[in-house]
Design a protein around this ligand. Structure first.
Ligand code: CTP
Length: 399
């Protein structure tokens, strides 16, 4: 399955490094070429000799060859690889990757890599749960890197929890799947809306909502990884995104989102509206900060334009339009109504009644409804995987 693929494996100092010779063996057996780069600490857990024997290539740790002083070029390795995978990824290396701290060959190679990057964290459960590690993981995901989630189980410390590196067979599986689906959206333009909108009351106050933008950003990354050219129209969020296939347009209000999204709509074969757009906006926006002594007793609200409904009216036969519905009551019935009224091909329903789904969490539990009356229910998953499910479902419509 991986014949001719060039895989760069970065090994860091974690006990799970002992599993990497098996991972290298699996890649080689599938026909891949494997180049190993390992940190000095990783050499305490697994020997370079084992890895170079299995990969049939020299293994590098230092920028210069220890014997003859020649350069082990991180730039050449970064250019060579079709995919880089950091496994196990220790907390220290995650932090260096997130901050660009290029103090070893592995991190300089990572910074030079032009290919997709996968990372498989492995550490003790409290280290993995720590907010600093969580923030680093989140940042790396926002760069478009693929997180291979650690598994829950017994750890080397004797404690039990999330932190065990995913098994080599499953890492191989994730990489194989990636190459299989990789380019199937190439040549397609995809428009995605994400995040909340803020409706100004005055220059310092607004009406907003709790949308974090994570779902829309995960969709943008997944679509870009599958080869699509993505236009991401985003309301104000605390997320960063950088991918050669993604054009980010930042907006603030529902009316700005309307203009930006509709400008890109005609050229988009697939449109997914994941934004939580305000349904109402203040009738008047004060140009000056409203002072206490002129206190507003009420704010008159007027409806915003429904972007999804407007796109539904313009939709041509060769365009696919997908909306989201966040419901608390009569979920399926309400979602079906939206599907029909807004002329959608699919609607993704997430219910606020499901713990772990909806705003501000990095998991979601969805159902996808189509216009023929079919309904697919999915289990609670990280939003990155939910994005993959949604794009798989959309891909079935293209076929
Ligand atoms: N949407 C939109 N423009 C709006 C309001 C909503 O594009 N002004 C889109 C959202 O991005 C989402 C879908 O419509 O894809 C559903 O949004 P939601 O707020 O759940 O539905 P509404 O139609 O606004 O109905 P209600 O708020 O009454 O449930």
């Amino acid at each position: 399955m991986l014949k001719g693929k060039k895989i760069l494996i970065g090994i860091t100092g974690s006990i799970a490094a002992y599993k990497i010779p098996l991972l290298v063996r699996l890649f080689v057996r599938e026909g891949a070429e494997v180049q190993v780069v390992m940190t000095e600490n990783a050499r305490d857990f697994v020997t370079p000799l084992t890895l170079s024997t299995i990969s049939k290539r020299p293994v590098f740790t230092f920028p210069f060859n220890e014997v003859d002083g020649t350069w082990n070029s991180h730039v050449d390795m970064g250019n060579w690889a079709d995919l880089m995978i950091i496994a196990p990824a220790s907390a220290a290396t995650l932090s260096k990757m997130a901050s660009g701290m290029a103090d070893n060959l592995l991190v300089t190679t990572y910074l030079s890599a032009k290919c997709p990057v996968f990372f498989a964290p492995a550490m003790d459960l409290d280290m993995y749960k720590h907010p600093t590690t969580a923030a680093n993981v989140q940042k790396l995901v926002s760069f478009g890197h693929q997180l291979i989630e650690p598994q829950v189980g017994e750890l080397a410390s004797g404690l039990c929890g999330a932190g065990r590196m995913e098994e080599p067979e499953n890492i191989l599986d994730a990489v194989t799947k990636y190459f299989n689906k990789k380019q199937h959206l190439s040549g397609k333009n995809i428009l995605i809306t994400a995040g909340p909108t803020y409706e100004y009351i005055d220059p310092v106050r607004f009406i907003g909502n709790f949308s974090s933008g994570q779902m829309g950003y995960a969709l943008a990354i997944e679509a870009a990884e599958r080869g699509a050219k993505v236009t991401l129209v985003s309301g104000p969020v605390n997320l960063t995104i950088s991918h050669p296939n993604i054009r980010l347009i930042n907006v603030v209000s529902a009316s700005e989102m309307y203009d930006a999204a509709l400008a890109a709509f005609a050229e988009s074969q697939i449109t997914i509206m994941a934004a939580a757009v305000a349904d109402f906006t203040p009738e008047k926006k004060s140009d000056h900060k409203i002072k206490k002594e002129h206190a507003l007793k009420s704010i008159i609200l007027v409806p915003t334009k429904d972007i999804l409904a407007a796109a539904g009216k313009l939709k041509q036969a060769d365009q696919i339009l997908v909306g989201f519905a966040l419901e608390t009551d009569q979920e399926i019935e309400n979602a079906r109504k939206k599907l029909q009224n807004k002329n959608l091909d699919l609607i993704v329903l997430n219910s606020l009644n499901n713990p772990g789904a909806g705003f501000g969490v990095n998991t979601n539990k969805i159902s996808i409804l189509d216009k023929s009356g079919n309904q697919n229910d999915y289990p609670l998953k990280p939003k990155t995987e939910v994005a993959s499910d949604i794009l798989d479902r959309i891909s079935e419509l293209i076929k």
